[in-house]
Design a protein around this ligand. Structure first.
Ligand SMILES: Cc1cc2nc3c(=O)[nH]c(=O)nc-3n(C[C@H](O)[C@H](O)[C@H](O)COP(=O)(O)OP(=O)(O)OC[C@H]3O[C@@H](n4cnc5c(N)ncnc54)[C@H](O)[C@@H]3O)c2cc1C
Length: 498
């Protein structure tokens, strides 16, 4: 093992961003990855690639997607999305609990960071899941108009090619297990190799970017509650809280919403843990604002139209987990079925169809009389109004609980569809205390010299909920920041030693 200035833990978006940023700042970088080569890329590999940033207006988007022609721009209607909009979205969905400094850093750096990602070779495209086409105009909603080409797969493959091109070494099947600290500074990192032994790499700087504890059953039960024991893990099996433990062992402060997590409704028959041979986020079920969600007692339990999908999906997974058998069904009729996202039509989707509501209930194995009564009550409560899924149209229900606050259409046109879903955990919100330089803080709020964190490991950003597409941007912003800070620390240290 050669001499490295900065050792980065993980091969997800945050880690690869940190590695490239440290290298760009003249450091010798090594990456350690717990998984084998064919299971690299972390949760980032599994993503849909939706990435949130403050773009200003459509011309900000054009800087990110230069192929966008003036002609195409004319057929796009896209709300302005400035720094304050992104910031307000974070604060609104986190009930103002997000650390304002971290949130500001994420927001204010988002645009320059996406341009930096472009410089690394990452390509972007318009996000086809974030508009509805009306009168030949693409009407965007929800502040998330861009995704990476090839989803998370494209993102990770591009960053890995760049890492390779830069001559950065990656050691696979090298599980980081502990940090070494001497005289209050990081002096090395231990990893467990395929030989089962512990090895020390001497280094003065480590960037931890190895996820939170979502794939660790015991820690899920400890921090989130017993009901999380068997939750589907939507992403990598390797994010088991190792980085959090290593940091805490050398004095880092835990921070953030330890009993909160991002959890989405996912196909009831999805793999229990992310399958690296089936990435692309193909099991999620995100179109519920177009329909209804019911449990297997035939009862609704959330306001499907409370807000755009981007601001409710990360908390509705948890609501699904609270239902009998941790199961629910999304119900649609054929007025909206053509608007369902692509995933609903895949072979992997579990789909129930019937010409009648009773027939649908029977196939769902729920009481047909109760189901029909619930739909009739819902239909009777639907108010008149102009239906428009691109805006919060206020077309709502009256006198039912929970209400449907927008996009309330009657369920009346056969055939009818039901998609069984359960809760899939995406990532846990608990992390470690860091500042806007990406430095890890100890229990007295001081930086632990030479220790940095990025991505899911940054505690204090997300509480209760999350604006869709912020995870990737958080990984990129804090990864880039942490890599640059780690390199600067090494450079300053060398100068001091001269
Ligand atoms: C199915 C799915 C879809 C998603 N879709 C989106 C989306 O469209 N947009 C969005 O913004 N976010 C999305 N997310 C969330 C997003 O993936 C995360 O917020 C973000 O990618 C986390 O990046 P990260 O680099 O911190 O972690 P990860 O990408 O999970 O990387 C962690 C890395 O650390 C490695 N590791 C763990 N422990 C160790 C150890 N001890 N030693 C060495 N290596 C270790 C792991 O193997 C992995 O490579 C999605 C997540 C999932 C699961």
């Amino acid at each position: 093992m050669g001499k490295y200035d900065v050792v980065v833990i993980g091969t997800g978006n945050a880690a690869l961003s940190a590695a490239l940023s440290a290298k760009e700042n003249n450091s010798r970088v090594l990456i350690l990855e717990k998984g084998p080569k064919d299971k690299r890329g972390g949760n980032s590999f599994f993503t849909d690639g939706a990435i949130r940033f403050a773009y200003g207006d459509i011309y900000g988007i054009q800087q990110v997607i230069p192929e966008l022609t003036e002609q195409e721009i004319k057929s796009i209607s896209m709300p302005v999305y400035k720094n304050e909009d992104f910031y307000n979205d974070i604060m609104r969905v986190t009930k103002n609990e997000s650390n304002p400094k971290l949130a500001e850093h994420l927001v204010n750096k988002s645009f320059e960071t996406i341009l930096w990602m472009k410089d690394q070779g990452v390509e972007f495209e318009l996000n086809e899941n974030q508009y509805f086409k009306r009168n030949n105009v693409l009407e965007f909603w929800g502040g998330l108009p861009v995704k990476t080409k090839g989803k998370g797969i494209g993102l990770i493959e591009t960053l890995l090619s760049k890492v390779e091109e830069q001559g950065i070494n990656i050691k696979y099947e090298a599980k980081a297990v502990g940090l070494e600290k001497s005289s209050n500074e990081i002096s090395g990192i231990y990893y467990e190799g395929t030989d089962g032994n512990k090895h020390l790499i001497e280094t003065s700087s480590v960037v931890l970017a190895c996820g939170s504890f979502e794939a660790n059953k015991e820690e899920r039960m400890k921090f989130l509650g017993k009901e999380w024991e068997n939750a589907v893990v939507r992403g990598t099996e390797f994010n088991t809280g190792d980085g959090l433990r290593m940091a805490v062992d050398v004095g880092a402060e835990r921070e953030g919403h330890y009993n909160g997590c991002h959890a989405h409704t996912t196909d009831y028959n999805a793999p229990r843990v992310g399958d690296f041979s089936k990435p692309g986020d193909i099991y999620k079920k995100s179109s519920y604002p177009l329909g209804l969600i019911i449990n297997n007692k035939g009862k609704r339990f959330v306001d499907e139209g409370a807000d755009f999908r981007n601001y409710t999906y990360a908390k509705y997974g948890r609501e699904t987990l609270k239902q009998p058998d941790q199961k629910a069904f999304q119900i649609y009729d054929s007025q909206v079925s053509s608007m369902l996202r692509e995933e609903y039509g895949l072979d992997e989707a579990t789909k129930i169809t019937s010409e009648t509501l009773e027939g649908l209930a029977e196939k769902m194995e729920i009481n047909p009389t109760q189901f029909k009564k619930m739909i009739e009550e819902y239909n009777d409560s639907v108010q008149n109004g102009d239906y428009n899924p691109s805006i919060k149209d206020g077309k709502s229900t009256k006198n039912i609980t929970p209400p449907k606050s927008n996009w309330a259409l009657k369920i009346e046109k056969e055939p009818f569809y039901a998609f069984p879903v359960t809760c899939g955990i995406t990532f846990s919100f608990g992390g470690i205390a860091t500042n806007t330089n990406g430095e890890v803080l100890d229990t007295s709020g001081k930086p632990i010299l030479g220790l940095y964190a990025a991505g899911e490991m940054v505690g204090g950003l997300f509480y209760h909920n999350y604006p869709g597409g912020s995870g990737l941007m958080s990984g990129s912003v804090f990864g880039k920041t942490a890599g640059a800070s780690a390199a600067q620390y090494i450079n300053n240290r060398s100068l001091n030693l001269l």
